[in-house]
Design a protein around this ligand. Structure first.
Ligand code: MSP
Length: 666
C-alpha cells in the first residue's frame, strides 16, 4: 500500500518588537518553535519556520526618539540582537521577516486595499479617550473614574475625549462566523482554557476595529491616503502571509498556507484568535489550524519584562554552558501553556540532575567501557537474555510515546518519556555490572551484549533528544562513530539495532559539566554587565492586551551588582564645555565641543529640551571618556555626559567647585 504523505508543517512565533532587547521570555517562544520544527522534519514532514521583528508603530518610534536616532536606524541596530541570540540558541528559522521589508509592506498595502474595495474596511470617525502626552488612545476597557474621566495607565495623566478620522475594519460582521469556527474547530485555540476565554470575549460582542492612526507616523502608509498609517497590529499579523511568499511566491505560499500553528504568549491571544482569523475571513483565506497560547516565564512571581526590570538575559547562561541546557530546561520544566517561575537554583538543579547525572553519565560510562573492554569498537553481541530484549522493547515503546507527545506539542511529556528510558538504561547497566562481567573471560559474550544494548539505547536516545538539544545529540552521535547528521534521522526508520558492529567509538568529553550553584551565582555579576544595551530606558507597554492583572513590579535583582574592577574600567572625567549648538532636525540633541584637559572632543547629548545651547557653554560636568564612539543622527559622539533623566527632562549635575578640565572622577 502506498504511504500517505504527511502534510507540510508551518510554525510561526510572534514577531518581536524592536523597542526592547530579547530576553528569556522571547527566547522561550522561539525555542519551542525551533524544537517543533526540528522534530517535524525528523518525523517526515516538510517544514517552514518563520520568526522576525515588528519594527513599526509607536513603541519603536518612541524608543528610537529616546536614543536620538531615526526608527529604521534603531531597528537596524536592535534586530542584530535577535539574529545573534537565535544563532547562539541554535534556532534556525527558514526566514526572518522584518516588517520594514518592502515585500512585507507591499503585501500589507495590497491586503488593506482589497478589504477597502470590498467594504470590509471603511473610513469613519473614532472617538475615544486620548492621552495628549503619550499621543495615544487609551484601551477601551480602562474604566471611567468617579469624576467621569479616565487616566492614562502609562503616564498617569488625565486623558481627554478626542475624535479622529480613521479607517475601521468591520469586525462586528464576523462575530457569528468566528463563533461557528471555534465550535467546529475545537483545536483552533489551545490550550482549552484559552479557547474558553476567547469564546466568551467574542460572545460579549465585537465592535469594529480602528486600524489606522494619524498620530503615528512610523508605519505603512494607507495606499492613496498617506496621512493615515496602518495600525501596527494589522501590519504585524500579516507577516504570517508575507513571510511565506504571499503575492510573491505562489508555490511556497500554496504549500505552507494555512499555518499549522501560531505559537504566541497568552498576552497576545485576542489579536491572534479574534482579529487575525477575522482579517483572514475577510480576505477569503483559509484559517490556521491552531493558535497556541503558551504561558509566561516569571521572575520573582512577576512576568519577565524590561519595564519591570526583572528580565533575565539568556546570554549570561549561554556563555556559561551553551544553548542545550537552557533549551532543555525551558522545554522540560513546564507544559507549553502554563506559567513557570525561573530561578537559577531550579535551572542548575535540573541541569545537574537530568543532564550531568542521568544522560551525561550514561554517555560517558557506556562509551568508556566500550573503549576499555573492546578497544573502542562496538562489539558483536552474544545471545540475548530477557533483560536485554526488554531494553529494546522499552526503546520502541519510548519512541512511540515520545513521538506522539512531540506531535501533540507536549514537549515536556516527550522529554519525561525519554528520561524515564534513560533511567531504565542506567539501571540495566547497574544491574548487569559490565565491570564485573569484564573480570571473567567466560562472560565476554554477555559483556558484549550488554554494551551493544547500551550503544543501541544511546543512539536512539540521541535521535529522540535531537529536536531539543541539537548540539549535544550530534556529539553523542559522533562519539558512537556514526557519520552524518543525527538531524537527518527519520523516526519511522530509527532502529534500535542499527549501530554498526565494529564501528569505532570516540572518547567522549563531558557533555554537561556539573555546575556548582554557589560558584555560578558568585560569578554571575561579572557576566550580567554584558546585558546588551542596558542603557535603554523602559518603554510603556501598548495598552489593549487581554492579559490578566500582573503583580506589582518586583525589586531589581541583586544579581545586577557590578564589581569594583568593572566600575574602575569606566573612565569618568570632568569636561569643560567650549561650544554648544543644536543638531539640525533633532529636537532633543545638542552637539557639544568639550575640553578634557589633554584633548578636545565632540559629544552629542539628548538634553536640548531642558538646556539651551548657550546655557551650557562654560559649564563643567562628568563624561564617560572611554565609551565607544557612536554616530547619532549623522554626528559623531566621542563620549557621553551623565544626567538624571525623567520623561523628556534631563538634569545635568554641574561642578560648583573649580575643578580642572580632564580631572578624574572616582
Ligand atoms: N510585536 C508583538 C507581536 C506581533 S505578532 C504578529 C509583540 N511583541 S513582543 O516583543 O512584545 O513579544 C511578545 C512575545 O514574546 C509574547 O507573545 C511571547 O511569545 C514572548 N514573551 C515575552 N515575554 C515573555 C515572558 N516573560 N514569558 C514567555 N514569553 C514571553 O507582542
Amino acid at each position: 500500500m502506498e504511504k500517505k504523505s504527511k502534510p507540510p508543517f508551518y510554525v510561526t512565533t510572534p514577531i518581536y518588537y524592536v523597542n526592547d532587547v530579547p530576553h528569556i521570555g522571547h527566547a522561550y517562544t522561539t525555542i519551542i518553535a525551533d524544537a517543533l520544527a526540528r522534530f517535524m522534519k525528523m518525523n517526515g514532514r516538510e517544514v517552514f519556520f518563520l520568526t522576525g521583528t515588528d519594527e513599526h508603530g509607536q513603541k519603536v518610534e518612541k524608543a528610537a526618539a529616546e536614543h536620538g536616532v531615526d526608527p529604521k536606524a534603531w531597528a537596524d541596530r536592535v534586530v542584530v540582537r535577535f539574529f545573534d541570540l537565535w544563532k547562539a540558541l541554535d534556532c534556525e528559522p527558514d526566514f526572518f521577516i522584518r516588517t520594514t521589508m518592502e515585500l512585507h509592506e507591499k503585501g500589507v498595502q495590497k491586503l488593506f486595499q482589497s478589504l477597502l474595495a470590498k467594504g470590509d474596511i471603511y473610513k469613519g470617525e473614532y472617538k475615544g479617550w486620548y492621552c495628549v502626552s503619550d499621543e495615544n488612545f487609551l484601551a477601551e476597557d480602562i474604566p471611567l473614574e468617579k469624576d467621569g474621566t479616565k487616566t492614562c495607565p502609562d503616564c498617569g495623566r488625565k486623558a481627554q475625549v478626542v475624535s479622529e478620522e480613521t479607517y475601521f475594519f468591520r469586525l462586528s460582521a464576523y462575530q457569528q462566523r468566528l463563533l461557528d469556527h471555534y465550535r467546529d474547530h475545537p483545536q483552533f485555540v489551545r490550550p482549552q482554557s484559552r479557547m474558553n476565554e476567547v469564546t466568551s470575549f467574542v460572545r460579549g460582542g465585537l465592535k469594529d476595529l480602528s486600524i489606522t492612526r494619524t498620530t503615528v507616523k512610523w508605519g505603512v502608509p494607507v495606499p492613496g491616503d498617506p496621512a493615515h498609517t496602518i495600525y501596527v497590529w494589522f501590519d504585524a499579523l500579516h507577516n504570517y502571509l508575507t513571510g511565506i511568499g504571499y503575492d510573491r511566491d505562489p508555490e511556497l505560499f500554496a504549500k505552507f498556507w494555512p499555518a499549522t500553528v501560531h505559537l504566541i504568549g497568552k498576552d497576545i491571544l485576542r489579536f491572534h484568535a479574534v482579529f487575525w482569523p477575522a482579517f483572514l475571513m475577510a480576505s477569503g483565506l483559509p484559517l490556521p489550524d491552531c493558535v497556541f497560547g503558551h504561558g509566561w516565564w516569571l521572575k520573582d512571581e512577576a512576568k519577565m519584562s524590561k519595564s519591570k526590570g526583572n528580565v533575565l538575559d539568556p546570554s549570561v547562561l549561554l556563555k556559561a554552558m551553551g544553548p542545550d541546557p537552557l533549551r532543555y530546561f525551558l522545554l522540560r520544566e513546564i507544559p507549553i501553556g502554563l506559567d513557570g517561575n525561573f530561578s537559577h537554583e531550579g535551572f542548575i538543579h535540573r541541569v545537574n540532575s537530568d543532564l550531568a547525572n542521568d544522560l551525561g553519565n550514561l554517555v560517558s560510562r557506556a562509551l568508556t567501557m566500550i573503549r576499555n573492554y573492546f578497544e573502542g569498537t562496538i562489539p558483536a553481541p552474544g545471545p540475548e537474555v530477557p533483560a536485554d530484549a526488554a531494553i529494546r522493547t522499552a526503546f520502541e515503546e519510548t519512541k512511540e510515546r515520545a513521538v506522539a507527545q512531540y506531535e501533540a506539542y507536549a514537549v515536556n511529556k516527550a522529554l519525561e518519556e525519554i528520561w524515564a528510558y534513560i533511567t531504565t538504561v542506567n539501571k540495566y547497566l547497574a544491574d548487569n555490572a559490565p565491570w564485573k562481567l569484564h573480570k571473567d573471560p567466560a562472560l565476554r559474550p554477555r559483556l558484549a551484549r550488554v554494551l551493544r544494548q547500551a550503544a543501541g539505547a544511546l543512539r536512539g536516545t540521541a535521535a529522540l533528544v535531537a529536536p531539543v538539544m541539537p548540539a549535544s545529540a550530534q556529539k553523542i552521535w559522533e562519539y558512537l562513530g556514526e557519520s552524518g547528521k543525527v538531524r537527518d534521522v527519520r523516526f519511522d526508520t530509527l532502529d534500535f539495532d542499527a549501530p554498526g558492529l565494529g564501528q569505532s567509538v570516540r572518547a567522549p568529553e563531558p557533555l554537561f559539566p556539573r555546575i556548582d550553584l554557589k560558584a555560578f551565582l558568585a560569578d554571575e555579576p561579572k557576566t550580567s554587565k554584558e546585558i546588551p544595551m542596558d542603557e535603554q530606558k523602559p518603554t510603556a507597554p501598548e495598552a489593549p492586551v487581554s492579559a490578566p492583572a500582573v503583580p506589582p513590579a518586583a525589586p531589581a535583582p541583586k544579581t545586577n551588582l557590578i564589581s569594583y574592577d568593572e566600575f574602575a574600567r569606566m573612565e569618568l572625567r570632568v569636561a569643560h564645555v567650549l561650544e554648544a549648538v543644536k543638531v539640525e532636525g533633532a529636537k532633543k540633541l545638542l552637539k557639544l565641543k568639550i575640553d578634557l584637559g589633554t584633548e578636545q572632543r565632540q559629544i552629542v547629548a539628548g538634553v536640548a529640551e531642558t538646556y539651551a545651547p548657550e546655557q551650557l557653554v562654560g559649564k563643567k560636568f562628568i563624561v564617560i571618556a572611554n565609551l565607544q564612539p557612536a554616530v547619532i543622527r549623522g554626528v559623531e559622539s566621542q563620549g557621553m555626559l551623565l544626567a538624571a533623566v525623567t520623561g523628556d527632562k534631563a538634569a545635568i549635575p554641574f561642578f560648583e567647585a573649580d575643578v580642572p578640565a580632564g580631572a578624574k572622577v572616582k
